[in-house]
Design a protein around this ligand. Structure first.
Ligand code: SF4
Length: 349
């Protein structure tokens, strides 16, 4: 294809209707015309579309791969296409760029950040490391590329306990950024010399113990799926230990683990403590099970910024391109590659 032909292929009357409204890109709704145009533009751009489990259903349905952040990092690393369109939040698209710096990585709206990743900056981490110069830094995957570049080991929610256990017991551990995951790891390992950053995801923090207690007493036969980054994980374990939730009914799971358990559960009803976008995947995976959110308001506004209009615009104009400085790619790649190699599929957010 000549350059002129390529430019013509990327022209789109439908994409010309997209405009930037107060809540993000809008002007075009999902539908058959939209889906056909997205597929046509993706082919013209030699692009693969990746979508996180928390994306809206239309975006999940049009994507080539749907999964959690780790599964998508793997899909990005293995992609043969020249362009990766990452329908998720910014730190996830950065991980794709770190794993494939020669690829063009696009995020349909670069304003899609993450309150958890934003809870610690590279300067914060430098200052923290200066206080504990001999400490080993363990970062959960929800961190910016700059923070990953200052990290010794990157972990997922399912291998965080093993990662911390594998560290010399005499070395101090700095764990970041999620305080709830940190508390979970500290409790499981019994480790005293572990400092935990006081970060949180405002969506997960909104799923609280009070809500959970009410739901559990209203649905005594239901199973309970809890995501370890949720603010309710501590109270869920407490409820389990005092007999309010039977041990065999409580499942502390990553988002990928939830999908596996959806196939395996014998329960008729399951209460789900994580972002509500996950319900779409769970209901698709096991339509015979009644999945209900512990908090149906737990919707991530950043994830929902990737609208159908934003995806169409992204493919038409080649935006928003994700850039990570070469020295940051170099410094962060080791910890990200280790995480991708170690973690089981479906073990990140
Ligand atoms: S749900 Fe929370 S942790 Fe996940 S992307 Fe949104 S703000 Fe970040």
């Amino acid at each position: 294809m000549t350059t002129t032909e390529k430019v013509q292929a990327l022209q789109s009357d439908l994409a010309a209707r997209v405009y930037d409204g107060p809540g993000g890109y809008t002007g075009v709704e999902a539908g058959e015309e939209w889906a056909a145009e997205v597929r046509r533009l993706a082919e013209a751009r030699d692009a693969v579309i990746l979508a996180h489990n928390y994306q809206m259903p239309a975006i999940q349905d049009i994507a080539d791969h749907v999964g959690d952040s780790l599964a998508l990092a793997r899909a990005a690393a293995n992609a043969t296409e020249q362009t990766i369109v990452f329908c998720g939040v910014h730190f996830m698209a950065e991980s794709a760029k770190i794993l494939g710096p020669e690829k063009t990585v696009l995020i349909p709206d670069e304003r899609a950040g993450c309150s958890l990743a934003d809870s610690i900056t590279a300067d914060d981490l430098r200052a923290w490391k200066a206080e504990y110069p001999d400490a080993v830094v363990v970062s959960y995957v929800n961190t910016t590329a700059e923070v990953k570049a200052l990290t010794d080991v990157c972990c997922t929610s399912s291998n965080a306990v093993e990662v911390v256990q594998s560290i010399d017991p005499d070395r101090e551990v700095l764990f970041l950024p999620d305080q709830f995951l940190g508390q979970h790891v500290k409790r499981e390992t019994g480790r005293e010399n572990m400092q935990i950053w006081a970060g949180e995801c405002h969506v997960h923090a909104g799923i609280n113990g009070e809500e959970l207690t009410r739901q559990v007493s209203d649905n005594p036969d239901a199973e309970l799926f809890v995501h370890p980054e949720c603010g309710c994980a501590t109270s869920a374990l407490y409820l389990a230990s005092d007999g309010t939730v039977a041990d065999d009914k409580l499942k502390i799971l990553s988002t990928g683990g939830m999908l596996d358990q959806a196939h395996a559960t014998g329960a008729k009803k399951v209460l789900v403590a994580t972002e509500v976008g996950m319900l779409y995947q769970l209901r698709k995976a096991a339509p015979e099970v009644d999945f209900q959110a512990v908090n149906d308001q737990a919707s991530c506004p950043y994830m929902k910024m990737i609208t159908p209009a934003a995806l169409l615009r992204s493919l038409a104009v080649g935006g928003d391109e994700v850039h990570v400085a070469p020295d940051i790619v170099e410094a962060a790649r080791g910890s990200v590659e280790r995480m991708v190699a170690i973690g089981n599929p479906g073990t990140g957010e």
